[in-house]
Design a protein around this ligand. Sequence first.
Ligand code: ZN
Length: 497
Amino acid sequence: MTIYNTLTRQKESFEPLHPPYVGMYVCGPTVYGDPHLGHARSAISFDILFRYLLHLNYRVRYVRNITDVGHLENDSDDGEDKLLKKARLEQLEPMEVAKYYTDRYHDMMDALNVRRPSIEPTASGHIMEQIEMVQQVLDAGYAYVVNGSVYFDVAKYGAHYHYGILSGREVDKLLSATRDNLEGRDEKRHPADFALWKRAQPEHIMRWRSPWSEGFPGWHLECSAMGRKYLGEQFDIHGGGMDLQFPHHESEIAQSQIASGQPPCRYWMHNNMITVNGQKMGKSLGNSIMLEDFFTGHNPLLAQAYTPMSIRFFILQAHYRSTLDFSNEALQAAERGLRRLLEAVQTLSTLTPTPTAVAPEATGANAAAVAEIVEKVFAALDDDLNTPVAIAHLFDAVRLINAVNDKKEPLSEDAVTVLKELFDEVMVNILGLRDDRQASGQVGLLDGLIRMILDVRATAKANRDFATGDRIRDELTRLGVAVKDTKEGSVWSMVNG
Ligand code: ZN
């Protein structure tokens, strides 16, 4: 197969370092908040890679981490740890926050039929490995200690290696960037330097003893340390969202180069972002949609609830390196497309092959068409996981299946078998699509019923019949449905437990 290597900026044929084994590392979630659509895109993109490598008969060790310590927004080494902030706000032990959102992430990814990785290491569980790596960088002379914190010396690294090799950033520009005055930054020799170890402020709860201070590791470090531990000093593929290219992955390359004497991996792969009306989707932009919102439909940006499989199909209808623009129309189209595909699979399972004597010429032509579809589907997947093209060819098969079912086209028994195998392997095993309409139909029915009841309650209240309004709310509460009255109307949710 070919994959686009972000490092060389071209498609390359994929050759594992140690066949038949493939080592693959993907940056996982930071567990201080609920997963949103962007999480789904990254997880699904690399799930396809994982599944396709398995289809090619490789043995895959897929490592995807959980960031439960030290990750601060974007490229900042300072500011407040979000997980700690959340823990303080909700009066929880930080590990309770991490556990809760790890479980949430797993639940959502399971619903999206994302296969779990082979190893899912946590940053907090690998402090020793990270301390060891910091020491190696210090010993090599590419880091310095200030007030108990350790920083990577990007200027020195840049004199011998290419910092910016992955992202295309110019190190000179990075080094001459104006210093901003955020507290703590002054410890760095250059604004481009990044923390390998941070001394903990007194209020910081998550802290570990190290040779330099009681503190915690810098965010970029965990992936380098855990990738090396489970996949070796150099492994095959490192993946993540495009927003991680700089500074996260760029810094991973630099640390590993110094600590291990070589770059951490051979191929870098990045999935593109999700946009809303052409604008990047993000929490800070106020246009971010949590995955749970999609499943319940409870978000002003959503016209309805969508099944997890509609979300998965929507994501797969764009190539992983293209931006994907969210809209209700696009999701509804994905929902319809998926339904057509699922119905065709159902039709295929009971399709009666045409007897050999009937229309032999057309039967032969259709068998050839089926063979061509199979070839094109796999060629598309082989070409840097081009799922939209593969799916388009599956729809060629859908048209043929429906025509055969309507007795407009003949199809031999062998060709029917080939199609069944195609859908089994591609739709089920590689694309990971399954029929979740029934389960979500019940969710939709429940939502519809409760909304109807809440409408009745709103009418009662408008007629100043507060007794009925209160009775409806109390009855719903008794059934485990919490009702909240907002300016935009009433919303409901299931009470946990
Ligand atoms: Zn990472």
